[in-house]
Design a protein around this ligand. Structure first.
Ligand code: FE2
Length: 298
């Protein structure tokens, strides 16, 4: 397997109108640990990384940035070159997040901000909260719903070297990978919103325990467990305070063959669930727009 310019998923950064509520939910329901808190920003992780999720306090919830980790310094420089050559707007005023050697942000298609990271460090903060007795192994992927899925897919392939794992219908959706995991980014045509961030669990039993923790809080598991056709992962979903869907999954497909042809599904196939054609009403309409669309700033 050869490597492209992006070799790992970095983070999801979300604006939330209640920082403490979002953090306590990520810790108490999902099982992340808070690694650092600065004024208005909380850093959280499941893996050993400094962070895989950031919550930024804001008047209105929205999607702040989508972080991707460059293979090395050369790849980091090459992505900057491609971003500038394609005319995407750099966002130099945004502060570099803690925990990384270098980062740059730019506004990608449809107002989604991408943050390219180089040198994500491990969490070494002695005051970092201990991880709970449960929790996922790591952040795995995000899924979003741009209005033009074809254009977003082509941008991710052309600028960031993502590869196509599965194709849904004619321009309806694409599952894209940057390493052996079946998808790091899923693009499904929709209303221009983010949909979910997804975390890898060790076992399907962890999905049931997630349901039990939600039940104690009076919150529903909105869908699952299901076995996705695209990616083969078993997944369960809930809605976080800020307004996005959160997925806990296990048993996802890994692809080690660079020449593995994309799997093609018809849009009406049950690519979303091998076990049933049920999907909750309105499931695809949940999720936040990019912050640029909320307040005109990024
Ligand atoms: Fe997912």
């Amino acid at each position: 397997m050869s490597w492209g310019l992006i070799t790992a998923m970095g983070h999801v950064a979300l604006r939330t109108n209640d920082l403490n509520k979002s953090v306590s939910e990520a810790v108490g329901v999902l099982g992340l640990r808070e690694t650092e808190r600065t004024a208005g920003t909380a850093y959280l992780a499941a893996s050993a990384a400094h962070h895989e999720l950031r919550y930024v306090e804001a008047a209105e919830s929205g999607v702040d940035s989508l972080g991707l980790i460059a293979r090395d310094g050369d790849a980091f420089a090459e992505i900057q070159h491609r971003v500038e050559a394609e005319g995407f707007r750099r966002l130099p005023h945004r502060p570099k997040p803690n925990g990384v050697e270098d980062a740059f942000a730019f506004e990608g298609p449809e107002g989604f901000v991408f943050e390219i990271l180089h040198g994500m460090t491990n969490d070494t903060n002695p005051d970092s909260a201990p991880r709970t007795a449960f929790g996922p192994s790591r952040y795995g992927h995000f899924n979003f719903h741009p209005k033009d899925a074809v254009n977003m897919k082509e941008f991710l392939v052309r600028v960031m070297d993502f590869r196509i794992s599965d194709v849904i219908g004619d321009g309806h959706g694409y599952f894209l990978r940057c390493n052996s995991e079946h998808h790091g980014i899923a693009v499904v045509r929709g209303g221009g919103t983010f949909h979910h961030h997804a975390w890898e669990a060790q076992s399907v039993a962890d999905l049931a325990r997630l349901g039990d923790r939600l039940h104690l809080l009076g919150k529903p598991l909105i869908w699952g467990p299901v076995r996705h056709g695209a990616g083969n992962n078993i997944a369960a979903y809930y809605v976080e305070h800020a307004g996005n869907v959160v997925e806990l999954y296990t048993d996802i497909e890994h692809i080690y063959d660079d020449n593995r042809a994309p799997v093609r599904w018809e849009a009406e196939d049950i690519w979303f669930n091998n076990w049933s054609d049920y999907i909750p009403e309105g499931f695809r309409r949940i999720g936040l727009p990019p912050a640029a669309a909320v307040d005109g700033t990024v």
